[in-house]
Design a protein around this ligand. Structure first.
Ligand code: ZN
Length: 127
């Protein structure tokens, strides 16, 4: 049984993010002043407070920083922080694997999972 995923809510700072997600791309904001990548998508750079940034495509590869398996949910699932190759950590789910075999430090790659009536959600699966 698949877990039902609610559609993400887009705001003006994330419309482009979800549009890219619908096309199968995970995008991040990269500051054009200090060149640092930040997550989640926002207009003002959290490092230098610059307001000029651009969208860049993530490689979709990362490492599990920490995770927790929700065994008591109707459909058990794993919630995790994944550190992307770009250096940012995002809260996500680990999917398409044995939940009891998930380990901190495991290499994962991006997969998109459909939501109910909205953009697909970026999640990760062990490589
Ligand atoms: Zn910056």
């Amino acid at each position: 049984m698949d877990r039902k995923l609610p559609a993400p809510e887009a705001n003006p700072e994330t419309v482009a993010f979800w549009k890219a997600a619908s096309a199968g791309r995970l995008t991040l904001r990269k500051c054009t002043s200090c060149a640092r990548v930040n997550w989640y998508p926002r207009v003002i750079c959290p490092f230098c407070f610059g307001d000029a940034s651009e969208w860049v495509d993530a490689t979709g590869h990362g490492t599990i920083y920490t995770f927790s398996v929700m065994h008591r949910a109707e459909v058990p699932y794993a919630i995790a922080y994944v550190t992307l190759e770009e250096g940012v950590s995002m809260m996500t789910n680990i999917v398409d694997c044995d939940l009891d075999a998930i380990r901190i430090g495991q290499k994962v790659k991006l997969v998109f999972k459909p939501s109910e009536g909205g953009a697909p959600l970026p999640m990760f699966t062990p490589v």
